[in-house]
Structures are given as C-alpha cells and as structure tokens.
Ligand binder design. Sequence first.
Ligand SMILES: Nc1ncnc2c1ncn2[C@@H]1O[C@H](COP(=O)(O)OP(=O)(O)O)[C@@H](O)[C@H]1O
Ligand SMILES: N[C@@H](CCOP(=O)(O)O)C(=O)O
Length: 321
Amino acid sequence: MAVYTDVTTDDLARFLSRYDIGELLSYKGIAEGVENSNFLVHTSKGHFILTLYEKRVAEKDLPFFIGLMEHLAARGLNCPQPVKTSDGSALGMLAGRPAAIVTFLDGLWIRKPSVGHCAAVGEALAQLHIAGSDFAMTRANALSVESWRPLLDRAAARGDDVRPGLCAEVAKELDVLEKSWPRDLPQGVIHADLFPDNVFFLGDKLSGLIDFYFACTDTLAYDVAICLNCWCFEPDHAFNVTKGRALLKAYQTVRPLSAAECAALPILARGAAMRFLLTRLVDWLAVPEGALVKPKDPLEYFRKLRFHQSVTSATDYGLDA
Ligand SMILES: Nc1ncnc2c1ncn2[C@@H]1O[C@H](COP(=O)(O)OP(=O)(O)O)[C@@H](O)[C@H]1O
Ligand SMILES: N[C@@H](CCOP(=O)(O)O)C(=O)O
C-alpha cells in the first residue's frame, strides 16, 4: 500500500467509535504498496488495518471484495476479515474516501522467494480457486485485455522517455494479444495480484494472503500466469524453471490444469506481463504530488515480456511434457 490520503486523529477516532474495537492508541501510514492508502491502527483491543480505497478501486466493487474475504475465510483460507460496525456495516467513509477496517494478519512477506516458497504459493493459489468456486458474486476484470490499449494511450505521450521505442513495441505486442487472447478456458474467482508482498509466511510456512482489491471473475490459469511472472524470475531477470516447475506442480496437486489451460500458459504469461508493465508505466508517469508511494519499475515487466515472447510451450515454464 501507500498513503495518498491523510487521516487526522479526530476523524479516525470518530470513525472508530462506530466499531467495537476499543480506544485508539496510535496509528501510522504504511508506505508499502501502491494502490490504496493503508494505516496500521493500534487500539486497546489490538492491531487492525485501515484501508482507504483510492483511484483504481470502484466503490461499487467494494461489496464484492468484502464478501469474497468473508467467503474465503469461511472455507478455511487465512485472509483479512472485514470488521463490522456495531450496526453491521463493513464499509464507511473517512477523509472523503470509502474505508474499511480489516483484521491484522501475522507474518512477513518474502523478499527473495525460494523454490519452496514458490511451491507454497502454487498450492495456496489453487486452494483459493477451489474455495472461490462457489462464491455467488461476480466482478469483471477491469484490467483485462480490453483495458490494455487505453492504458497505453494514457502513457503514449511520455512512454518513450522511459525507454526509447517502448510504446511502438508495446503496441505491436497488443496486436498479438488482442487477436489471440484465450476466452474459453475455465473461469472463476482469481486474486489477480498475488505478488510476494501479498503473501505472508511465518517461518517457511505460508500463513495468509492479503490484498484482494484486484480480485475478479476471470480465467483461472491467468492467475497462474501472473504468479509465474512475479514469483519465478530472478533479480537478474532470468526465469527460474525450477521455481516454475515447483509452483505448477504444487498448484496441480490441488487443481490439475487441463490440456487447453497448459497450452495457453505462454500467451497468458505474455498478457500478465503486459498488464503489470502498463499499470506500472501509467503510475510511473503520474505519481500524485505529496503521496507516500514508491512507483514500481515498468521495465521489469518489459524484460519479462521479452522472455515470454521467446517461449514456445508451457514446458519452458517447467510443466511436464
Ligand atoms: N491484513 C493485514 N495484516 C497485516 N498487514 C497488512 C494487512 N493488510 C495490509 N498489510 C500491510 O500493508 C502492506 C500493503 O498492503 P496491500 O494490501 O498490499 O496494499 P495495496 O493494495 O496498496 O497493494 C502489506 O505489505 C502489509 O505490510
Ligand atoms: N503488484 C502490482 C501493483 C500492486 O501492488 P500492491 O502493492 O498493491 O500489491 C505491481 O507490482 O505492479
């Protein structure tokens, strides 16, 4: 997270008075992340996370996210739980933004994932897909293939300052993705942003998943492709096939991929790299003045995209032939 919106002590104390979570003792902004404003809130009854929903989160989608966290927890997945006010509401307004309080999860995110961490996340992702399979609400993916060209348009004026020729190369790749994007693969609830900073571990054991604010109804194997992108590359940008194999194998112990899903992995991985390249590029070019946020490097995903363009089949990701 980040902090885009400041919250005064008086406003927060008034907001918290609607909840049965004790007296406000202290709070501080969390600098990590890029999407919403987050605060660690300490009350006489414990620690909580306060989230103020910012630009990419539409207010109409909040019941989906809140309902999903409740649904997944009821099926045994460890994720933050929305805390309700005394009159039963999980959502309110604070400092002019929609806001919610969720439970604090213990654990740390892993800066340098090992093969074992990749296996753990593969298994947890499949468990999430299974747990989400009977969630009644749906939400279209606002950051799927149709949204990518408009994102490029927003970055077009200054995109080549980030890397000469970048916009033309991205536009060419979009031509391919728009023509060949798979649309008939198994669908369901996907997390859509299961990066290392959204997965907590206690020791080597995965302890919980956070940040469900990109979750949506989309192609399940696209979520796998997102995880291959964000868990299985090394700091020198090389794909680590041992990590890919571990992630895919562990996923399939819970939810086997169909032949069509396996065949689609390379194009899904290209699409996933494109999605994060574009949102990072737009954010890189438009950091709001005064915001406590560190924009993420768009070119990391340009390099990953280059790798995926060279892939000929899912075996290159470690899938058994
Ligand atoms: N429920 C939670 N329990 C503990 N820490 C949390 C929780 N939610 C968020 N955080 C902290 O806030 C940081 C950013 O949260 P995140 O949901 O990823 O924000 P964003 O939506 O901006 O990506 C996390 O890395 C973690 O340190
Ligand atoms: N994971 C995305 C950006 C969203 O970041 P998060 O901190 O909200 O998980 C990226 O890396 O581009």
